[in-house]
Design a protein around this ligand. Structure first.
Ligand code: K1U
Ligand code: ZN
Length: 176
């Protein structure tokens, strides 16, 4: 297993539409293992493959509450089959937009179909944090970020801040 680099805003790869997984082979299993290691180290509760620069429709998640009580979940080629009309607000964060948190309104409940790591077709009815996290990660594999659900003013402000930070760290690494 290996910890991979999490790409950050304004990296253009975060805007890619990820490709469906055709075959769950050793490469996908290694990607998933690396994603879990990367997600736990961050730490985060979810991760989409594109956040480690791989444009494949793969998501890892662990919503367990206790520190030593892991409940790893893998969603391959997830699709939202149904979403409730009723919406709920949750504070969201993103490992690709570190230290920035905002409330986002999304459908309160979703039904999602996906493949598990063994390639078995599954469906899940999600509400609460699971529904929020699934929608956040499915957005990632479609090139959408949680800041896209905010006002243009807030979004432009955060993009400007991260673009400036990326430029200044690029200048510093040239000087070093
Ligand atoms: O996709 C990501 O960038 C991961 C993101 C998932 C997420 C969090 C909150 C709402 C929706 C989606 C994170 O994991 S941000 C970090 C975080 O929420 C957290 C970190 C440590 C402990 C508890 C939460
Ligand atoms: Zn995110």
């Amino acid at each position: 297993m290996a910890i991979r680099e999490i790409i950050k805003l304004p990296d253009k790869r975060l805007r890619l539409n990820s490709e469906p997984v055709k075959q769950i082979d050793a490469g996908i299993r290694k990607l998933v293992a690396d994603m879990f290691e990367t997600m736990y180290k961050a730490p985060g509760i979810g991760l989409a493959a594109i956040q480690v620069g791989v444009a494949k429709r793969v998501i890892t998640m662990d919503l367990s509450k206790k520190e030593n009580d892991h409940e790893p979940q893998v969603f391959i080629n997830p699709e939202i089959l149904w979403q409730s009309d009723e919406c709920a607000k949750f504070e969201e964060g993103c490992l690709s937009i570190p230290d920035y948190y905002e409330e986002v309104e999304r459908p309160k409940e979703v039904k999602v179909k996906y493949l598990d790591l063994a390639g078995k077709k599954r469906e899940i009815d999600a509400k609460g944090l699971l529904a929020t996290c699934l929608q956040h990660e499915i957005d990632h594999i479609n090139g959408v970020l949680f800041i896209d659900h905010l006002s243009k003013l807030k979004r432009d402000r955060v993009i400007k801040r991260f673009t400036k930070a990326a430029r200044s760290s690029a200048t510093k690494s040239v000087e070093a």
